[in-house]
Design a protein around this ligand. Structure first.
Ligand SMILES: *Cc1c(COP(=O)(O)O)cnc(C)c1O
Length: 407
């Protein structure tokens, strides 16, 4: 699997990363999806409908806002791409609208999804309601207990939530169960994966559905910066979809690209080359090759793997991957609240914390920095209050128990 030509994204390969490591029975489903996506992506009518729904329903384009007080304090110009203002409170809506459209285009009536903390499950249930599709969301029982409010949200939206009792009973196991369901029901079911992970075509397809973040932001930055691109483009990396969608539009510029992982979930920085969930990528594993659980204060970054394109960008040095620790993330959360009146998702606060750490150091004074604010932090306030009160990990609210983010 490592003999593929470096640098040629062929058959869903990014260098040696990516690919399609699935049971024989899923190969036709992946190929059907690949064909449906390719034909849709060349179809002007599909784009028109996708973009119309994103505009009228999801609230796009989201603004780019130049921070005043924060920029002054840090001595750099900080521009926020406001995905927190999109419907359901994060960038995840961009992907699920695209995949719901594809579900209908393939003549299927049902979507299955995995969810960790519940954010992708809620987004998927939202899109299913909008399109009149059946929706089943797989969720580990441990996550269901931690995220009871999001379980209720999904049910309100008409989705069925199935408890996953296997393995560690968390996100990784929910993906396995969703894949199993897909195998058994592929005639009428689409698997709506939540990030740029999994077998080809998911990493490429989800990046393209999220590319709208970067395309809009580049134009908006050009307008603000007098035709220039920002010096730095920074985003948090869980599975890697909001960052991939942002970076995709800046790959061919001189902008320095920075992906910020949670210290306890840093698959690029600390992961090993491994096959997981149908892809060959970097994954947190122990000396025996056992997949490890990822841990951070933000549930949306608690995936042990990362999208294969990030493994590639890291390998060729196009993107710098760095980590942020819980304490500095919390400081960044509070800083943005107090200086700009914006509560960021804890995931997004990871990206901000790197900027705060490096302003005037790696990021020279006067630089322009675009930060993708992937989601809003209202879901995290109870956990933040516990963290500020000194409880490690926010006590019971580890992983954003109050209706959290996460895949
Ligand atoms: C899910 C989520 C993430 C992490 O997912 P990516 O695929 O890495 O984008 C980041 N921020 C928010 C707000 C999320 O909900």
């Amino acid at each position: 699997m490592t003999s593929e030509g470096i640098g040629v994204p062929r058959e869903g390969r990014f260098g040696q990363w990516g690919g399609r490591f699935v049971p024989e029975s899923l190969v036709p489903a992946c190929m059907e999806l690949e064909e449906a996506f390719n034909s849709a992506w060349e179809d002007a009518d599909f784009h028109a409908e996708y973009e119309t729904i994103l505009a009228h329903y999801a609230g796009r384009p989201t603004p780019v806002y130049e921070c005043g007080r924060l920029s002054h304090q840090l001595g750099i110009r900080v521009l926020l791409k406001r995905e927190d203002l999109a419907h359901t409170g994060s960038h995840k809506i961009n992907n699920v609208i695209g995949q719901a459209l594809l579900t209908r285009r393939m003549g299927k009536r049902r979507m299955v999804a995995e969810t960790g903390a519940g954010q992708h499950g809620v987004a998927c249930a939202t899109a299913a309601a909008l399109f009149g599709l059946e929706c089943t969301v797989y969720m580990g029982v441990i996550d269901m207990n931690r995220q009871a409010l999001n379980v209720f949200r999904m049910k309100l939206l008409g989705a069925e939530v199935r408890a996953v009792e296997s393995g560690a009973k968390t996100l990784k196991d929910a993906v396995n169960e969703a894949l199993r369901d897909w195998v058994a029901s592929v005639d009428y079911t689409h698997y709506c994966l939540g990030s740029v992970v999994g077998p080809h075509p998911f990493p490429t397809m989800v990046r393209e559905f999220q590319r709208i973040i970067g395309t809009e932001a580049r134009k908006q930055c050009n307008d603000i910066l007098g035709g220039e691109d920002p010096d730095y483009v920074v985003a948090c990396v869980g599975g890697g979809s909001n960052s991939a969608g942002t970076f995709a539009a800046f790959i061919d510029t001189d902008a320095k690209l920075v992906g910020v992982e949670a210290y306890g979930g840093a698959a690029i920085s600390n992961g090993n080359p491994t096959v997981l969930h149908g892809m060959y990528s970097r994954v947190l594993s122990d000396a025996n090759g056992q997949i490890l659980e990822a841990h951070s204060i933000s549930a949306g970054l608690d995936y042990p793997g990362v999208g294969p394109e990030h493994a590639w960008w890291g390998q060729i040095g196009r993107v710098d991957y760095v980590t942020a620790e819980d304490e500095e993330v919390l400081d960044a959360f509070v800083l943005l609240a107090k200086t700009e009146g914006i509560l960021p998702a804890l995931e997004s606060a990871h990206a901000l914390s790197w900027i705060v750490r490096e302003a005037g150091k790696k990021v020279p004074k006067g630089s322009t920095v675009l930060l993708t604010l992937s989601g809003r932090g209202d879901k995290d306030v109870e956990q933040v209050s516990r963290l500020l009160a000194g409880e490690k990990d926010g006590g019971d609210f580890t992983n954003g128990a109050l209706g959290g983010a996460g895949s």
